[in-house]
Design a protein around this ligand. Structure first.
Ligand code: ADP
Ligand code: MG
Ligand code: ZN
Length: 198
């Protein structure tokens, strides 16, 4: 184990663990998840990657970073479905956008780690109001390793920890893209919806 928050010594004869990769939008959570998955492939460990199903169109989807890097993933309706789909020989379970799962994800991740899986969870730690997002506080508390990443503030260039919504939407669950959110630092962030930075 080194300072990166990644359990590098993981292998067949190791106990399971939980790793959380968190931060604002554009902070590189998905890139970091993909990096860890790629390294696990080199180590010939069996991996399954999941994400919450935010619409019902596809069962098999991809996890895609803002840079366009991607990997195959399975879209699941809820935490119980995720648990049911993990195969016996899977050593590593990756979950992207984990903040969108219900609280049951905490038990599921815990059970997977208890039975020997390395579980890597990537998700937003805060919503567009700067409030803790869904199950993230709980996951961060029970994880062995937590990595907090930062984007670049779109207004001032400082390290950004918040996701500023620049397009109105009704709920926390609104799934936006690059046009709907900006990374902002503590100074530039305003809870709520504001005009985009020019
Ligand atoms: P996340 O999953 O945390 O939303 P991604 O891993 O998908 O982030 O994307 C990270 C990439 O986003 C960076 O490598 C960079 O190319 C791009 N990017 C766009 N806007 C910003 C920003 N304001 N700060 C940092 N990276 C940004
Ligand atoms: Mg992402
Ligand atoms: Zn700023």
């Amino acid at each position: 184990m080194r300072e990166s928050g990644e359990h590098l010594a993981f292998g067949k004869h190791h106990a399971g663990c939980i790793e959380v990769v968190c931060g604002s939008m554009f902070s590189g959570k998905t890139e970091e998840l993909l990096r860890r998955i790629k390294r696990a492939h080199f180590a010939r460990q069996r991996i399954q990657v999941f994400k919450p199903r935010v619409d019902n169109r596809y069962d098999a989807v991809k996890v895609v970073s803002h840079e366009g890097a991607k990997t195959e993933a399975l879209a699941v309706a809820n935490a119980a479905e995720l648990f049911d789909m993990v195969q016996a020989d899977t050593a590593i379970v990756g979950v992207d956008e984990v903040q969108f799962f219900d609280d049951e994800i905490v038990d599921v991740v815990q059970r997977l780690a208890d039975r020997g899986s390395r579980v890597i969870c990537a998700g937003l730690d805060q919503d567009y109001l700067g409030k803790p997002f869904g199950p993230m506080p709980h996951l961060m508390a029970i994880a062995e390793y937590v990595t907090k990443l930062h984007a670049v503030c779109s207004r001032c260039g400082r390290e950004a920890s918040r996701s500023q919504r620049v397009v109105a939407a009704e709920s926390q669950l609104f799934v936006g893209g690059a046009a709907d959110y900006e990374a902002r630092c503590r100074v530039c962030f305003v809870a709520g919806v504001v005009e985009p930075s020019s």
